[in-house]
Unconditional design. Structure first.
Length: 331
């Protein structure tokens, strides 16, 4: 019997605010005196029947209004990291959305300091590594993204990189060329969501204009054979999130997911949870779902885990150690 939890892996696509479980939403609302537009945990869970990305984002931003203090962000990160550890995650690169907090009067340093405390706690208590990727909200003007970046430029050493998320259609990567150029100047890694709901053209833009090192989602790349060739040639990793894709209607059912085609095409695919508190599972639940519903083999699961390490921003030596543990996994 395969034990996916024992397969060492990296998580490269987790929005830390998307790990905010309904019970924690209510606990923090009570502690911080925040009024919520829903009365009970069950009512909130009932709202998790999403029709598309935007229907999810509306609830995601509403729930994160309970996050106010450094302790809140530290507790959120700790809770996620311990859960992820139990599912075999040895390294986690956490996305966070500072503009969704600064717009509510929460200082960006409160957010970063809290998340860093969570990462430090996990490093000390579990031996787990990780880092932070600051994401720009693409539905807001690029000038605001640039101002956010400049507000943390003096502490860029506390970040692994930058990303681009939120509503995709109508907000192409080309809007953010200057912001990503500045991020590279600061020595930050660059990634971007593209080809989740948006067209293959957005993946091309992320590669050619933003010069990203990984594409988040990228599942629509399969619609463009030339793009598949490019991703394959340059070994650009794709951080795919199968449970998310089903819950947001990117694919109709898990059985229709094209993960197998992506692997067969020679793409560097990784599996991730995206927003696990909203999509019905954490990272190992994603591995299990593709094994059960798509017939992904034990060897392919091992390959997906190995890809997650080679696609990570971990130093080479630490990557090598974890790759040897993956090779030794019994399946
Ligand atoms: N923010 C949180 N989850 C997201 C997703 N799946 N796509 C775009 N932005 C997001
Ligand atoms: Zn995402």
């Amino acid at each position: 019997m395969t034990n996916i939890n024992l397969l060492p892996k990296a998580e490269l696509h987790i929005h830390i605010e998307g790990s905010l479980e309904p019970e924690m939403v209510f606990a923090l609302a009570a502690k911080n005196g925040v009024e919520l537009p829903f009365a009970t945990v069950d009512e909130l869970k009932g709202l998790q029947a999403f029709t598309d990305l935007q229907s999810f984002l509306d609830l995601y931003y509403a729930c994160m209004s309970v996050l106010l203090t450094e302790d809140d962000f530290a507790d959120l990160a700790s809770a996620y990291l311990h859960r992820a550890w139990a599912q075999g995650v040895r390294h986690a690169e956490l996305f966070f959305d500072p503009q969704a907090h600064t717009s509510r009067g929460v200082d960006v340093d409160t957010v970063i300091n809290g998340l860093q405390r969570g990462l430090t706690e996990a490093r000390e208590s579990l031996g787990m590594s990780g880092g932070l990727i600051l994401c720009f909200l693409r539905h807001l003007p690029a000038e605001e993204a640039m101002a956010t970046l400049e507000s943390v430029a003096h502490r860029s050493g506390d970040l692994l990189g930058v990303g681009l998320d939120s509503s995709e259609n109508g907000f192409p990567p080309s809007l953010f060329v200057d912001v990503f150029e500045r991020a590279r100047e600061l020595g930050l890694h660059c990634v971007a969501h593209a080809g989740e709901e948006g067209p293959p053209a957005y993946v091309w833009e992320a590669l050619d204009l933003l010069k990203v090192e990984r594409i988040d989602h990228g599942v629509r790349s399969l619609e463009d054979p030339e793009l598949v060739e490019r991703l394959k040639r340059d070994r650009v990793p794709l951080t795919v999130c199968p449970l998310s894709n089903v819950r947001l209607g990117v694919v109709g059912t898990m059985a229709e997911h094209r993960l197998r085609d992506m692997l067969d095409a020679g793409l560097v695919v990784t599996l991730n949870s995206d927003d696990p508190a909203y999509f019905g599972g954490y990272i190992a639940d994603n591995y299990t779902a593709v094994s059960t519903d798509l017939g992904i083999s034990t060897e392919q699961l091992r390959q997906l885990a190995a890809n997650s390490l080679t696609a990570s921003f971990l130093p080479e030596e630490a990557t090598r150690v974890l790759l040897s543990e993956i090779a030794a996994w019994q399946g």
